[in-house]
Design a protein. Sequence first.
Length: 270
Amino acid sequence: MGGALLSFSLMAVAVRELLRTMGAFEILFLRSLVSIVLLLFVLPRFGLAALRTRHFGLHVVRNLFHFGGQYAWVYAIAMLPLATVFAIEFTMPVWTAVLAVMILGERLNRGRIVMLVLGLAGILVILKPGFGFIHPAALVMLAGAFAYATTMITTKRLVGRDSAFAILFYMAVIQLPLGLIPALPQWVTPRLADLHWVIAVGAAGLFAHYCMTRAFRLADATLVVPIDFLRLPLIAVVGMIFYGEPLEFSIMLGAAVIFAGTYYSIRRES
């Protein structure tokens, strides 16, 4: 989880730096390109059998939503403090619970009801409706969190059927043209000075997902999820030191409320 925290934070900084010279779609294309190169490099270790799937259509649906969530994340990073983006992203478990009830037929027990209530309360604390201007990028990121939740539901369907390597590989392959086609009209040739940030975007994204997958296999969610929420104070410090972003109490409070609901639900589930 330490590797996941550092990777997500590095990825956010890399996106912020690349946004100085190129658009969001080009960044997403380059991330997929780097991911494919890295995955092809390790493919001989897994073998072609690891890529077998009978559910390619579900992979496409999963990655359409994931790409939408990624675009919202990159867009929000360009417009909002990093801590705000990460705090809104933490609403994903709330939307995942709602979709699990609607799509997977899971029960809405007391723990999940508490998570939903506290999750919505946390959103209100972060966005502060009625107390000032709500930046449109915050609403875009909220939609992105919903897209990520849909991705989680489709991933849950795929995990028992396809290998983790296949899920990562098809993610990169499907999202490559999704980023390239809209990026072409405003394409900016990456500078040599940006090369390390381009590599960081693709490598950090892959490594973060690998670390989180390993962490969930090695430990209970009651241990892993609280560590994941440490991303918020970490990225808040990064934003403050490198970009002069202020530490907002409402962001931390709202995220803490969301975390409390999520943790309570996980404790009841376990």
